[in-house]
Design a protein around this ligand. Structure first.
Ligand SMILES: Nc1nc2c(ncn2[C@@H]2O[C@H](COP(=O)(O)OP(=O)(O)O)[C@@H](OP(=O)(O)OP(=O)(O)O)[C@H]2O)c(=O)[nH]1
Ligand SMILES: [Mn+2]
Length: 188
């Protein structure tokens, strides 16, 4: 329990001044805590290293946190999982997205589980409201891309897989007051 509280406190301090991209400006820390919650309660994944890595998963990518700092505080196992789910922000966005698809199948079990829970959280967010400035098409493209990434994460967390499969099949995006399929049906 102390390891989880320590990770939550660390992530809360690091994400202090960040907000989500929704119109309400939800505190960013809701996301990493929610990802850990999905793993534990919906994925039945109770491994401490995985839960800590989930709580910390966006600290290096989105704040001034370094991998050394994560190692000093949480050890090398947690650091290795955080590394696996950290995009290189010096690369252009399209390249980062391509690499997520290519690299997903080569991640560890822990890395795959965190990736799946991260996508579940973001896809559910997209269903509720599209981030400020996003078109419907951009939101639908995020769903299609997420499907390609999580298809490479199969085999480690069956409960998370079925949640994702349901989101891809039945997900709906609420856009300007109307509902649209998250992944438009192919007509050919
Ligand atoms: N759906 C949604 N996403 C939001 C919101 N606020 C912040 N985000 C973050 O935005 C990222 C998705 O937006 P993109 O435009 O595709 O990503 P980018 O900023 O990294 O290029 C996710 O990052 P990530 O967690 O690092 O995941 P990913 O980019 O690896 O999927 C997600 O957590 C919000 O209100 N709704
Ligand atoms: Mn995330």
């Amino acid at each position: 329990m102390s390891g989880i509280l320590k990770a939550m406190n660390f992530a809360a301090l690091k994400h202090s001044f960040q907000k989500r991209k929704d119109a309400a400006g939800t505190p960013y820390i809701n996301h990493p805590i929610g990802v850990a919650n999905i793993l534990f309660f919906e994925g039945d994944i109770k491994d401490l290293v995985t839960i800590q890595a989930a709580i910390l998963h966006d600290t290096v990518e989105d704040t001034d946190t370094t991998f050394d700092e994560i190692t000093e505080n949480f050890g090398i196992d947690v650091t290795n999982v955080v590394k696996e789910v950290t995009d290189d922000k010096s690369l252009p966005s399209a390249e980062r997205k391509r690499l997520q698809i290519v690299n997903a199948p080569h991640k560890s079990e822990r890395g795959k589980a965190v990736k799946m829970a991260d996508k579940i959280y973001n896809l559910r967010d997209l269903q509720k409201s599209v981030p400020v400035g996003w078109s419907l098409e951009r939101a639908q493209q995020y769903f299609s891309w997420a499907q390609k990434v999580t298809n490479g994460c199969r085999g480690v967390a069956p409960k998370l897989e079925s949640i994702l499969d349901d989101l891809y099949k039945n997900g709906k995006i609420n856009f300007e007051g109307s509902e649209y399929p998250a992944i438009p049906e192919q007509k050919w």
